[in-house]
Design a protein around this ligand. Structure first.
Ligand SMILES: [Zn+2]
Ligand SMILES: [Zn+2]
Length: 327
């Protein structure tokens, strides 16, 4: 069984079609075991996406097994390996980037075909469903690398959803001092078991002292504005979450880039190296990260989960294709 997005807003269930009998060179057939639901999946269902080509099986946070039953995660890109970005180890910016679940079929399916070069083995000791977090964790690692976060630096994370909390954990792992700002009290409350387990702080409003670095972890333009405003002179901000279209960022914030000599650096997606580093991070914090798994549910539940994922109140939902996590 697989879910096919035939047009924006229309998800249809159909029998799995694991690709043609004869696969193209370098492609392999895999069985999906778990697939995380990303906010981007909910957005593309609700309003489409710049990189989405329909009809499409979405899903890019995939744990699968290969023909020898080895568990793997899938780097969701395919890069050419020869363009200037690939040669500079920035394969996520490849001139010929094709993304699983956007340009070709992804993981909301029992089976899929994928480039063999995208497979990254999962360490045997790791609960396999947790490896669905390798893609979001890897995107966070890319953002922290873009701002060159160093030990002891104060990092402001604006937004206390799954990605903001992962960013705090990853920053603390780098021995930096992260603080998460979340203005919705119910989200701080929901995050409290994770915050306690990881010994992290989430506040409704920022403290007074300025921050060395910042990251916006929600699409509200006010989050990016706050991140920029609260930086020290010479501070660095990762522009991590794409912005909702309105209201636009004002000139007074943009002028701060000039007056304070700030650096704002975009971060989009991840490379295979980030994904491998993400698996290592997940291996160091399995108990903490397991608290960011909202629930593991059968694939049939996808249509009822998407509106909740879009609303942003839940942690990570994972679809289970193994039948092991039944109700
Ligand atoms: Zn994702
Ligand atoms: Zn390339």
């Amino acid at each position: 069984m697989q879910w096919m997005l035939t047009e924006v807003g229309v998800l249809t269930q159909r029998p799995s079609k694991p690709g043609p009998k004869q696969l193209a060179d370098g492609w392999v057939r895999l069985k999906v075991h778990y697939c995380g639901i990303c906010r981007t999946d909910a957005k593309m269902w609700h309003q489409g996406h710049r990189d989405l080509m329909l009809p499409r099986v979405p899903g890019h946070e995939i744990v699968a097994v290969d023909a020898a039953d080895r568990p793997v995660v899938l780097w969701p890109g395919t890069a050419c390996g020869t363009c200037r970005y690939c040669r500079a180890e920035r394969e996520n910016l490849c001139d010929h980037m094709q993304i699983m679940g956007f340009h070709f079929d992804g993981g909301f399916s029992h089976d899929l075909i994928a480039p063999a070069a995208s497979l990254i083995p999962i360490p045997a000791a790791m609960p396999p469903h947790l490896a669905c977090l390798a893609e979001p964790v890897g995107c966070v690692l890319n953002a922290l690398e873009q701002i060159r976060l160093r030990p002891t630096e104060r990092l402001l994370i604006v937004g206390g959803g799954t990605l903001g909390l992962i960013a705090a954990l990853a920053a603390q792992d780098l021995k930096a001092k992260p603080i998460v700002i979340e203005r919705r009290p119910e989200k701080i409350h929901k995050a409290s078991p994770f915050l306690k387990c990881a010994q992290l702080t989430c506040l409704p409003a920022p403290p007074r002292e300025p921050f060395d670095a910042a990251i916006n972890a929600c699409p509200d333009p006010a989050a990016l504005q706050q991140a920029i405003t609260l930086l020290v002179r010479g501070g660095r901000c990762a522009f991590f979450s794409g912005l909702a279209p309105t209201p636009p960022l004002g000139n007074s914030e943009i002028n701060l880039l000039h007056y304070k000599e700030l650096t704002v650096i975009g971060a989009y997606g991840l490379t295979r190296r980030h994904m491998a580093a993400a698996l290592a991070l997940i291996g160091r914090y399995p108990a903490e990260l397991n608290l960011l798994v909202e629930s593991i549910l059968p694939p049939e539940t996808l249509p009822e989960l998407l509106p909740q994922v879009l609303a942003g109140g839940a942690f990570k939902y994972i679809l289970d294709y193994t039948g092991r996590h039944g109700c």
